[in-house]
Design a protein around this ligand. Structure first.
Ligand code: M6R
Length: 362
């Protein structure tokens, strides 16, 4: 039930601290400080990971690729399921196929899972519906614990997928001997902070709601970020398109001058995802290029980043956090932004036109 919320999506955005907490506690032990993969999943024997998913679940996979590669040094290939199944890439022994799906029923993702099994690869499924076909057919079930998600636009399922995959990346790093017990405990502790930081990010509701009337007038909106934030930029753009029907695109900030900067004018708002991380200065200089062409910028950052932000941007100041939890924290403002713009436009937030919650045909 929606309780006091106007829409399921609004409720599900607010459910995220609990959803992530439940999911993280399935993979992280606060007492021992250890990250654990379920029985049967031995990352020390995984040489390569192939992630396959659709839509928002694909973006969760994209985010996790950064962690599997940087922490565990396991190379990751990632494809959208509708391409993967027909691309039929050569398979290598030692590859773990991970499908990511809220419903566990998406036709293309399921077909990709079956194809990987036929090739003799071991398979794991990050799914929210634990009785789903993917949950049953994969060798290993990697559950998210978001609870039922009703809104067509995925919110808490997405952050739960990111949470589960982040914890698994720590488990993989440990199994591969890439981090010692102290580092594993530190990363575990940082991830377990995520629910509190997500709650803090939910407090940005008012400043974000205040941006909606102006954004609702836009015909196009661009999202930029670097590193994991480039993947979150894609998710932000998808969220806005699907519920507000505004054309939106996400780009890695460095790609700007290779084309998309031609779109910038006074009527094209640009959302910049800019935590004060190692890539911050580069994101700032990309932002300055946008500003020089008259593009109105909404700059989502933390307090430290706010002090170093280019003059003239609209600031949204998110809670300061470590890199490993930043995608979980920054997901909240972009979800709320899409939500309030859609509400402002009077759109049917929970049942957007032309979309189904679960795409069970090709
Ligand atoms: O159930 P799944 O996670 O497999 O669904 C995948 C996509 O259809 C889904 O994430 C879709 O992109 C959402 N509407 C995004 O909000």
């Amino acid at each position: 039930e929606k309780g006091n919320y106007r829409h399921f999506m609004e409720k599900e955005i607010h459910d995220q601290p609990g959803a992530c907490q439940h999911t993280l506690s399935a993979y992280l032990d606060p007492v021992s400080g250890r990250a654990r993969a379920p029985d049967g999943l031995d990352f020390s024997r995984v040489d390569r990971i192939q992630i396959v998913a659709c839509g928002t679940a694909y973006y969760a996979g994209l985010i996790s690729r950064y962690l599997f590669e940087s922490l565990a040094r396991i190379p990751v290939d990632i494809d959208v399921a509708s391409e993967f199944r027909y691309r039929a890439p050569p398979v290598r022994e030692g590859t773990l196929c991970i499908v990511v799906s809220q419903s566990g029923e998406t036709a293309d993702t399921l077909a990709a899972l079956r194809w990987c099994r036929e090739q003799g690869l071991s398979t794991a499924a990050v799914v929210n519906v634990h009785t789903s076909t993917m949950a049953r057919e994969a060798d290993i079930l990697l559950p998210t614990h978001a609870g039922p998600e009703i809104g067509v636009a995925s919110t808490k399922a997405f952050t739960s997928q990111v949470a589960a995959l982040s914890a698994l990346a720590v488990a993989a790093a440990s199994a591969k001997g890439r981090i010692d017990a102290a580092e594993e405990a530190r990363l575990t502790r940082l991830l377990l902070e995520a629910p509190r930081l997500i709650s803090a990010a939910l407090a940005l509701e008012e400043p974000i709601r205040a941006l909606a009337p102006e954004l609702a007038k836009a015909r196009d909106v661009l999202y930029f970020g670097r590193g994991v934030m480039s993947a979150l930029a894609l998710e932000g753009a998808l969220k806005l398109k699907e519920i507000s029907y505004i054309h939106a695109e996400g780009y890695p900030a460095g790609e700007l001058k290779h084309g998309p900067i031609a779109l910038i004018d006074e009527a094209t708002p640009v959302i910049v995802l800019a935590p004060s991380d190692a890539l911050f200065e580069k994101t700032v200089s990309n932002t300055a290029e946008v500003m020089a062409r008259g593009g109105p910028v909404i700059f989502i950052t933390d307090e430290e980043g706010a002090r170093r932000a280019p003059a003239g941007v609209r600031l949204i100041v998110a809670p300061g956090c470590d890199d490993i939890v930043a995608p979980l924290v920054y997901a909240v403002p972009i979800q709320m932004l899409a939500y309030y713009v859609a509400v402002q436009k009077g759109a049917d937030v929970d049942q957007p036109r032309n979309l189904a919650k679960s795409v069970t045909v090709e």
